[in-house]
Ligand binder design. Structure first.
Ligand code: ZN
Length: 269
């Protein structure tokens, strides 16, 4: 019954609060990953983005004032991840915090308890462009988002990165193993991604030139987030790097971004 009510409530929001067409069209033209979608995909994304904007709070901090276009740019790219997964994938948290620029956090906050590997209090700081908290907010730097819009990302996308961590956290701490669909083979996912991660770590260790950003070798959680960025932003690079990884992400996201790169459609919706 509750599920029926929730569906009815969401249907009313979509009907009454849909993002105005002109604003939606402008954002789709401005954002590379949205331009690539087919017209039916963009129409579906508009509904998901409408729900996202209703159910989440996107707050600028340190004097950053977000206008509606900035909010749609963030929400729409986040929703690309769940285009074929549904809005429930982002349940369980509400806040997106946007800093004007990169922000500093204590290292202790990053690793949970304020302790380093030796059990000592870690008082250092790190500068970040983005961060995702389990059951908490997603934190982003607007300067990084704008920079990626201008350069069309070149394979990287902060919003896709941070929100893919949120999907990874649906079954516990981020570990590169999000809840898979019933039709997927868990052992195959684990084998394919582990092998690719270890191969990348070896390439980085031996300083071999690779096509995937070294940051993916940090740990399995970052590997999943970075390959998710490539999957949507530069799918041919990821497929060239490891076709099996690309196939696993197609099965997980239920999308095949490479197919969109054959013909670049005009934005009409
Ligand atoms: Zn990350």
């Amino acid at each position: 019954m509750l599920r029926v009510l929730a569906r009815y409530h969401r249907a009313r929001i979509i009907h009454h609060q849909r993002i105005p067409f002109g604003l939606w069209h402008d954002v789709c033209q401005r954002v590379d990953v949205l331009r690539r979608l087919t017209a039916p995909e963009r129409a579906r994304l508009r509904l998901l983005t409408t729900l996202f904007l209703h159910e989440k709070r996107i707050n600028g901090v340190q004097g950053l004032v977000l206008n509606r276009e900035m909010e749609v740019i963030i929400a729409a790219q986040a929703c690309v991840l769940i285009l074929n997964l549904g809005p429930n994938q982002f349940d369980g948290w509400v806040e997106v915090v946007v800093y004007p620029d990169a922000f500093r956090v204590p290292l202790g906050a990053l690793y949970g308890h304020g302790l380093d590997d030796n059990g000592l209090v870690d008082e250092g700081e790190q500068t970040l462009d983005g961060e995702s908290w389990q059951h908490g907010p997603v934190i982003l730097s607007w300067a990084s988002i704008e920079q990626e819009l201008a350069s069309e990302g070149r394979g990287r996308n902060l919003i896709l990165h941070e929100f893919s961590h949120k999907l990874d956290m649906l079954n516990g701490r981020a570990n590169g193993f999000p809840p898979l669909h019933p039709e997927m083979d868990l052992q195959r996912w684990s084998r394919v991604l582990n092998q690719a991660f270890i191969r990348l770590q070896e390439q980085v260790f031996h300083d071999e030139p690779g096509c995937i950003d070294d940051y993916a070798a940090t740990n399995p959680a970052e590997f999943f987030a970075v390959i998710s960025e490539y999957f949507f932003m530069s799918p041919s690079v990821l497929q060239h790097y490891c076709a099996e990884v690309y196939e696993q992400l197609c099965a997980y996201y239920r999308q095949d971004p490479l197919s969109r790169y054959a013909v670049l459609p005009a934005v009409t919706q």
